[in-house]
Design a protein. Structure first.
Length: 319
């Protein structure tokens, strides 16, 4: 179980945007929202958590047989301000970013009730789900860990999505396996933009302080969100890549405080000691992403994309 200091409003995105939906608890299944939301008619409830519900969505005057979209709404007429702020960040980030590796928002109603977003329904499974069984071992068995070349390709696509977010002046703030959907053809989409704050907005930075899952947060993000920047996302990407290659996260502990302390003070384990098949140059690159000081990491997601592409080509035979 990942430790989350403040649970992401959009944490249920991974259960609602892809094809394996309809298996979560919280009243999901037969309930539907009733009525219409702008141009959209909700279908069955796919997931419910706290004050947020996700439904199949159909255009009111279009295709009615296959749900190609999902509608995420805040259930309460006067919902929690944190949830509204997260929904607005998600809508704003999606409006400003155009990338095949960042989830799109097709319609947003976030200024007054009812608060909702409409998004494409993505096919595939999250990176987290690929290593764990689904509700039945027949319908969704765990998949083998990605090969070294495949892991590099997944990381490259994540970095491409991050580069688009950073170019728009936003950081993602919660890069982790459950926020990464991998389609059957290998295409990766970065979801959950509820923490995608602007770099130039101190008030928003303060509001987002210590949000997300500490297993993947950069040391500076835990100490002060005001000191987080694009390189904090790159550290989180480094944790994800380390986990894909080693089969475990670099820092674990019995308590949240132990994990935070490890991120801040302990060197990560040597990757090749956990997986001797990882090439030296790949292990060195991952270690650079996990540097404690942002100045010692790669300085941009674009640089990371370029370096990963070279590593992916160099080690294509390790598929």
């Amino acid at each position: 179980m990942h430790r989350t200091v403040v649970k992401s409003f959009a944490a249920l995105a991974s259960a609602s945007l892809h094809g394996g939906i309809g298996r979560a608890g919280g009243g999901a299944g037969d309930r539907n929202a009733g009525g219409a939301f702008g141009r959209w008619r909700p279908g069955n409830c796919l997931h419910a958590q706290g004050g947020t519900e996700v439904y199949e969505a159909f255009p009111r005057h279009g295709e009615q047989h296959q749900a190609r979209y999902v509608l995420k709404r805040l259930r309460d007429v006067a919902p929690d301000r944190t949830a509204v702020a997260a929904l607005r960040r998600e809508a704003a980030a999606a409006r400003e970013v155009r990338s095949p590796h960042v989830v799109a928002v097709l319609e947003a109603h976030v200024d007054a009730p009812p608060f909702y977003l409409v998004m494409p329904r993505l096919s595939g499974r999250t990176l987290a789900e690929r290593s764990t069984p689904g509700p039945t071992s027949i319908s969704s068995p765990p998949l083998a860990p990605p090969s070294i070349a495949a892991a590099l390709g997944i990381a490259r696509q994540i970095a491409s999505g991050l580069a688009a977010l950073h170019a728009a002046g936003r950081m993602h703030g919660d890069v982790k396996p459950s926020n990464l959907i991998i389609a059957p053809d290998g295409h990766v989409t970065l979801i959950d933009l509820g923490f995608a704050r602007r770099f130039d907005d101190p008030a928003e930075a303060e509001a987002c302080f210590v949000l997300g899952t500490v297993d993947y947060l950069a040391p500076e993000a835990v100490c002060s969100r005001l000191h987080s920047d694009a390189r904090s996302d790159l550290y989180s990407l480094g944790v994800v890549l380390f986990e894909m290659l080693a089969g475990r996260r670099p820092f674990v502990g019995p308590t949240t405080a132990d994990v935070v302390q490890a991120h801040a003070c302990e060197p990560p384990p040597r990757l090749r000691e956990l997986n001797s098949s990882v090439p030296d140059d790949v292990a060195e690159f991952v270690a650079g992403l996990l540097a404690k000081t942002p100045l010692r990491r790669p300085q941009s997601a674009t640089e990371v994309v370029e370096r990963l592409a070279r590593l992916e080509i160099r080690h294509f035979d390790l598929r």
